[in-house]
Write a protein of this length. Structure first.
Length: 202
């Protein structure tokens, strides 16, 4: 669960002075945008939620994992942007024995000084909404979402930050992290599967 802090420090180091990025509801990836990236010797295939892309300037790869910053695709291009802003941090590293039964209580324990506002256990990963004024995500509300899941013996820790008043601080933000989890699970599980005979025949 140290990975929660790795994600936190990655955001503080890479996004200082930028604040969370922006997106309109109708924006999406354009040619050249990154919507999939592999970590941990290709055992984890990170796929962002709809409308979000991986910022290539804010990623790090190590033999045992790495980290990425996921932002609205529109923030990677010049031009006007909408009011609905968010930034997602992702950290990947080896899972420990206790991580396989991860709970919201574990997430809170690894966020010292945070106050629990809400916990969600009805999604594909345990989620907590915390009030943590010293999280150091510049321009973001102290309220943010955190979660984690284990995949292919790797712990994938995620957090979503947004400015005060953003709908991403409510249920919409939880659904974004759930969508990232679902897409990453699917991509990672199917990455090494051979093509079906039907697909090969087409």
């Amino acid at each position: 669960m140290v990975l929660m802090m790795v994600a936190h420090l990655a955001l503080a180091g890479c996004a200082a002075g930028t604040g969370p990025s922006r997106i309109t509801d109708t924006s999406g990836p354009q040619p050249g945008d990154i919507t999939r990236m592999s970590f941990a010797s290709d055992t984890i295939h990170l796929v962002p939620p709809t409308g979000f892309c991986i910022d290539p300037r804010m990623t790090g790869h190590r033999a045992e994992g790495g980290f990425a910053i996921v932002v609205p695709c529109s923030s990677l291009r010049p031009g006007p942007s909408g009011r609905n802003r968010a930034l997602i941090t992702v950290a990947v590293g080896p899972a420990g024995p206790a991580d396989k039964a991860l709970t919201s209580a574990d997430l809170l324990e690894n966020a010292p000084g945070a106050r629990l506002l809400t916990e969600r256990s009805d999604m594909m990963l345990p989620l907590v909404k915390l009030n943590m004024p010293d999280h150091r995500a510049r321009g973001a509300s102290p309220i943010h979402w955190r979660g984690a899941f284990v995949l292919n013996d790797q712990l994938v820790a995620v957090a979503l930050y947004a400015p005060g008043g953003s709908r991403n601080l409510g249920g919409h933000g939880a659904r974004l992290l759930n969508e990232l989890t679902a897409k990453t699970l699917e991509a990672s599980v199917t990455a090494d599967l051979p093509p079906s005979t039907d697909a090969a025949a087409q």
